[in-house]
Design a protein around this ligand. Structure first.
Ligand SMILES: Cc1cc2nc3c(=O)[nH]c(=O)nc-3n(C[C@H](O)[C@H](O)[C@H](O)COP(=O)(O)O)c2cc1C
Length: 182
C-alpha cells in the first residue's frame, strides 16, 4: 500500500543518498570550501556542472566575487573532514579547511585553489547563476581536470581503488551519515 505525504517540501529526500563533493573557492591565501550534496552534470560539450548553493552560505558570496570554483571529490576516508567543512561556515571559522585537516594547492587554470588531499579536482569558471527557489544554481564550465593516476581506470575513477562519499540526510544535520555502499 502506498500512502501520500502531505508535506511536499520533503520530496528532495527521496533523491538521497547523493555523491558528496567539496567546492573550494577564494584564493590560495584565503581559501574557503563547503560540502555539497546537490551537484549535477549539465552538459558534456561544453563541459558544464551545476552546484546548488543557498544564499546564506559564505561560499555563495565568495564564488560570485571571484567567478571561479573547484569541485573536489573526497573519498570515504575523508567523511569526518568533509562533515566539518559542511557544518561550519568560513565566516565563523576562516581556517576551517586547515582545521578539518585539509590543505590547498594551486590550480592549473584558475586562481581558486584545489584541495590537495582530494584525488580528483575539477577546476571551473563560473558561467551563470540561476535562482531556483531557496537555492541558486551555480553553473561552472570545467576548464581543467586533475586526477591521481593511482585511482584512474582511464575512463574516470576505478571504484575498487576510490570510494566516493554518499550521504543520506536524516532528521537532524548531526545525524547526517555516510552510507557505506560496498
Ligand atoms: C553532507 C552535506 C551536504 C551539503 N550539501 C549542501 C548543498 O548541496 N548546498 C548547500 O548550499 N549547502 C550544503 N551543505 C551545507 C554547507 O556545506 C554548510 O552550510 C557549510 O558550512 C557552508 O560553508 P560556507 O558558509 O563557508 O560556504 C551540506 C552539508 C553537508 C554536511
Amino acid at each position: 500500500m502506498k500512502h501520500p505525504i502531505s508535506d511536499l517540501s520533503t520530496a528532495y529526500r527521496y533523491l538521497y543518498p547523493r555523491l558528496t563533493v567539496l567546492v573550494s573557492s577564494g584564493t590560495l591565501q584565503n581559501p574557503n570550501a563547503l560540502t555539497i550534496a546537490w551537484s549535477c552534470p549539465l552538459s558534456v560539450d561544453p563541459p558544464l556542472i551545476g552546484v546548488l548553493i543557498t544564499k546564506k552560505r559564505y561560499s555563495h558570496e565568495i564564488i560570485q566575487r571571484h567567478n571561479e570554483f573547484v569541485i573536489n571529490i573526497p573519498d570515504s576516508s575523508q567523511v569526518k573532514e568533509s562533515y566539518h567543512i559542511g557544518r561550519i561556515s568560513g565566516r565563523v571559522e576562516p581556517q576551517k579547511l586547515k582545521n578539518a585537516g585539509f590543505s590547498v594547492e594551486t590550480s592549473t587554470m584558475i586562481k581558486a585553489p584545489r584541495i590537495k588531499e582530494c584525488h580528483i579536482n575539477l577546476e571551473c569558471k563560473l558561467k551563470d547563476i540561476i535562482p531556483t527557489g531557496d537555492h541558486d544554481l551555480f553553473i561552472g564550465e570545467v576548464v581543467f581536470i586533475a586526477i591521481n593516476h593511482e585511482i584512474t581506470d582511464n575512463w574516470a575513477f576505478d571504484l575498487k581503488k576510490f570510494k566516493p562519499i554518499y550521504w543520506r540526510q536524516s532528521r537532524s544535520t548531526e545525524e547526517t551519515y555516510h552510507l557505506d555502499l560496498k
